[in-house]
Design a protein around this ligand. Structure first.
Ligand code: AMP
Length: 428
């Protein structure tokens, strides 16, 4: 979860609609962008063919990769981002303005047939304005849910999917009571605003409770916190599921994710868990995306325990870093799938074409990774690994900042992992 700026709300999301309006972007002509609504107020799904323009709120790497995939299909894109040389703006027209600039949002609506977002901290007023003036098939209900851990957990449970046992906590006394009920170890998290392991603390002994409370909720008058049972997981996996505006659902094969300092380092596919667990993980992700009537992609992060239980940790309603492997290793990439889902095309085949290891390229790896992937590579030849380089075009390279990734196509994921080991770039 990333920092919440404002809670989105007040917009009706597109639900199961009885009728479907088909808007065809003939000869790349503009179609009417404002949403048609059922009597209930629910947004009716529209089918948008290549030639239509997709407006993207946010111009980072996710928008860029979405635009590259969608442009290949003949869609046009326009992004809104405050940074003049944003990764997405390098490949599509860009409106350069703050995310909460109403006039800029209005311009985005005017220039787009359908609007999507590449991050979840969408300003509530802008979300409402875009829904009013354009067509936003994803709605804002899913954003509203996933911006808050308690709402998110309740929604996952309502879809019949397990999460780690948890309690809502608002004071030290409540924390003590919750810890007594759940038993230690536990993880204390802020309900909003935490991401990449920030805003959370693992509590192993009762005497750590007060310090954890002070650390996670420093100075807050009425903090909204969640205490979760610590799950001694065997590994972490994620499944990217997609649901189209008219309700078709598909999921990609689970990725096994390895984090270093709370930042995703590797995604390994197929995940090294039994096939039965992989199947179950896909079923759960599809159950959530259907249960929430989501439109577009939903990334579902899960813990796998030693005895094969699955607990959902968190959701992201957008393309996800752990789905970047699909760009080279699946018949359809997550980015193409997202465009298909919001434009209401049939969803693409998610089959895996080859085992793959995705390794993230952070600022400190950038130079070496480009060197390794762009010169004669004896290790890759010996191991039978094909490194596919993706660099996002960010102007400033910083330690810990995601600058790109490499998809290592291989016969066996062990070979991809050996390449990462031998390339010796990821040790710092
Ligand atoms: P999150 O911000 O919820 O994604 O958590 C960041 C990381 O902390 C996860 O990827 C896990 O490695 C770890 N973590 C979070 N919650 C738990 C939990 N309930 N039990 C064990 N580890 C956890």
């Amino acid at each position: 979860m990333r920092p919440e700026e404002l809670k989105a709300g007040g917009m009706e999301r597109g639900g199961e609609a009885a009728t479907e309006s088909v808007a065809i972007a003939a000869e790349a002509g503009r179609v009417s962008a404002s949403a048609e609504r059922a009597e209930t107020g629910a947004v009716l799904p529209k089918t948008l063919l290549p030639g239509a323009t997709v407006g993207v709120l946010g111009g980072g790497q996710l928008g860029r990769m979405m635009a590259l995939a969608g442009s290949a299909m003949g869609y046009r894109f326009v992004a809104l981002d405050p940074a003049p040389d944003a990764p997405c703006g390098q490949v599509t027209p860009q409106i350069t303005a703050a995310y909460n600039d109403r006039d800029a949002a209005r311009e985005l609506a005017r220039r787009s047939d359908v609007i999507t977002y590449e991050f979840e901290n969408v300003d509530a007023g802008v979300a409402a304005l875009l829904a009013e003036e354009s067509y936003v098939p994803q709605g804002s209900a899913l954003l509203y849910t996933t911006q808050h851990r308690l709402r998110e957990k309740a929604a996952i449970e309502a879809a019949g999917v397990p999460v780690a046992p948890y309690r809502k906590v608002g004071s030290l006394a409540e924390l003590e009571a919750a810890a007594a009920e759940l038993g230690l170890p536990c993880v204390l998290k802020t309900a909003t605003g935490g991401y990449d392991g920030k805003g959370q603390a693992v509590i192993r002994r009762p005497e750590e409770l007060a310090a954890a409370f002070r650390q996670v909720a420093p100075g807050a008058q009425a903090p909204e916190l969640v205490l979760e049972k610590f799950i001694a997981f065997q590994c972490e996996i994620s499944v990217i599921a997609a649901r189209s505006a008219s309700g078709e659902v598909k999921s990609f094969p689970p990725a096994e994710n390895i984090h270093v300092d709370n930042i995703l380092h590797l995604s390994i596919v197929p995940a090294r868990v039994p096939e039965e667990i992989q199947r179950r993980a896909c079923e759960l992700a599809e159950q959530i995306v259907s249960g929430m009537n989501a439109v577009g992609l939903l990334a579902v992060e899960m813990f796998v325990t030693e005895n094969g239980e699955l607990f959902v940790n968190e959701l992201a309603p957008r393309p996800h870093n752990s789905g970047h492997y699909t760009m080279d290793a699946c018949i359809t990439s997550q980015f193409e799938q997202h465009v298909r889902a919001i434009c209401n095309l049939p969803l693409g085949d998610t089959s895996l074409l080859t085992p793959v290891v995705m390794v993230n390229v952070l600022g400190q790896h950038l130079e070496g990774a480009i060197q390794a992937a762009c010169s004669a590579d004896e290790a890759a030849n010996k191991l039978g690994v094909s490194p596919k380089l993706h660099i996002y075009g960010k102007t400033e390279s910083k330690t810990g900042r995601k600058m790109g990734h490499i998809n290592l196509l291989c016969k066996d994921t062990g070979d991809g992992l050996s390449w990462v080991e031998q390339t010796n770039l990821w040790r710092n």
